[in-house]
Design a protein around this ligand. Sequence first.
Ligand code: ASP
Length: 339
Amino acid sequence: MANPRLHVLALGGTIATRPDASGAMQMGLGADDLLAAVPAVGGLAEISAETVSRVGSHSLSFDQIHALASKIRGLKADGVIVTQGTDTLEETSFLLDLLLDLNIPVIVTAAMRNPSLTSPDGPGNLLAAARVACDPWVRAHAHALGVMAVMLDEVYAASDVSKIHPTRLNAFAATQTGPLAALVEDRIVPMSLPVRDAIAGARAKLGDLSKASARPVAIFWMWLDEGGGLIEALLADPGHLGYRGAVIGAMGGGHTPERATETVYRLARTIPTVIAPRAGGGPLLRQTYGGPSSEIALRKAGVIWGGRLHPVKARVLLECCLRAGMSREAIAEVFDPFG
Ligand code: ASP
């Protein structure tokens, strides 16, 4: 049987850096350079490659990822690998997962250690991503797996993967669910399939977003003794500082400080506002605690319940909902199945 056709799309990131005259790492390498460092990939698949951009992922935009999704939809390939920076991988992979409904593996990978360091992880991650994309179990379950992230010999669901450390090599994890598979020797060992009903439901409601324009979403983190001053600043501005929606990284099972209660209620009346767990994921409470800023009161006040999504992923989903022109009620229906 012929080898699968894999298309590699390089966006930039640490994996694609090279040193300038001062020794500082700058964006520079393209898809062909990345592949040249891993000749073994050529033995696994028929490879085509494209350099889409040379930017750090901290500077990518929603629009760039929408354009990337359109490009991926138009490819004639049996699998797609996106290489990018690690900083926003948890957001870009989730956005691709919301936008793409494909029967081929789509894998995002990156590197923590740049190519000038001893034992950079980029080549190994790219080879691992190619192995995963060519694996028979992965290809048979590609639709159920959705977009995956492959880092340091583990495979994660895009909806669950988080960057949990700023610098170390093992910087990625799916803290709520664990990995979908592990790479060992030359094998992919399957461990689980992700539950993606809420994502499929969201995608069906979002429809075609290819012509819609960006809708900025703010995140407000709630902390000990937070009074809501930044939210007040947004509310005081006639244009809401340009934001069309907000995510609140709430404490515990979905709580905000009592002294910020009225401010949060006003925010929720002004722009669609989603509560997401500051703890980084996991279902929120819905009906346990009473009091003015408890989950019961916040839900009654019209705050949208974000469920198990990490606040940064809730922000990605809210941006899509706003792009789709959805009402607050329709947005709440999209978020509800996330728990
Ligand atoms: N700032 C870089 C980026 O996200 C970091 C990395 O790639 O690890 O592009």
